[in-house]
Write a protein that binds this ligand. Sequence first.
Ligand SMILES: [Zn+2]
Length: 451
Amino acid sequence: MREFALAARFALAAPFAVIGSAACRAIEPSNRADLVRRAPVSSPAPAESAETVSIHAAHAVDVIAGKLLDDVWVAIEDGRIVALRTGLERPPDGRVIELGDVTLVPGLFDCHVHLTGSLDGDYVNRSVHETAIDGALRGVRNARVTLAAGFTTVRNVGCEGFADVALLRAIERGDIVGPDIVPCGHSIGITGGHADETGFRQGVLESGPEAGIADGPDECRKAVRAQLKYGAQAIKCVATAGVLSFEASVGAQQLADDELVAIVDEAHRHGVKVAAHAHGADGILAAVKAGVDSIEHGSMLTSEALDLMKSKGTFLVPTAFLRRRVDMAHLAPPQRAKAESIFPAAEASLRDAIAGGVRIAYGTDAAVYPHGENAREFAVLVEAGMAPIDALRAATLNAAELCQKPDRGALSPGLRADIVAVRGNPLADVQALERVVWVMRAGSVAIDARR
Ligand SMILES: [Zn+2]
């Protein structure tokens, strides 16, 4: 089996040169430094064993070339892909996983989830009655269903009390089943803003920089440092008002220009990327000018913002499926009014961003609608004008870059064996990505729902 893998690795060098370029991303010095620095909390889960395993499937999507491959063999050793070939005879030895008539795609990313949250029950008052421990325990189930939906890596953009870091540790220990998590710790925002607990009387749930509530550039720096101290691997900040809080506006700028600059400067100095929640035009522009790496939601994108995002390479992480899935009747009346005004704007902005060539990374805001339905955003992206292959790239290549995970995002030799099998051809019908039947994470079979 090893001979097959080694031979295949060399044989692939020429015809799959373009795939090799993805593998090269994994060993660029700057990327390697990132991986080493984060080793304590981001090392891949151990593979089942050091044996070579070959996966056979009717099809696979090469997301780099944008092609569907037929009769595909993927060889895996030590949790990594060592060869990908088409049209071979069965390898002479080693374990074979015969998946049959499915299409393999790289493990998917969701860059915008809240694994510890959900919008069921009395969600408005939950923060008064529950602690971060409750959030982490809710996250156990949510992590499992997210992985079962084919999402092998997620960025958790805001929670209470570092419950996301605790979830990541439990998954890495093998205590629970879930995706890799890029935790952000608490969202960073202003007193009385979207990141704060609003709607309660004075004295209830007041907090400070360590819990993400910061006023002025100095407190913003402290908030970033505190999130990193306790395990955040990315920083989430709140540039504008939002839907699920009780300030009057949904889109007004909240963090001031100098606060945004301080957050980005501090995070980037530590080699960590910044995601900015931003609905309104002024806050989007201020965040992009400050140098954030992604605009989350981006509901009111102006042509000025689109041009600047394109020239700076800022990602948009749209969450447009919310409009179709959020249970409006369950929202508190002030929140419902804001949702009704902002969701249509977000869909229009998404169309403009796609038409304008802004870089897009896949996100959903799962928690605001049920976890495990993460793949339903793909159809919204395609309806808004994106080609199915580009929607898939948003959830693989682009997201891997945004999440600073250069060791995954394609089915390429050298990359981590995060592999998902779906029924159907996602390049012809992107909703095939909703029909996940088998998931491998870091070389271990995590989900098998074929029967
Ligand atoms: Zn969110």
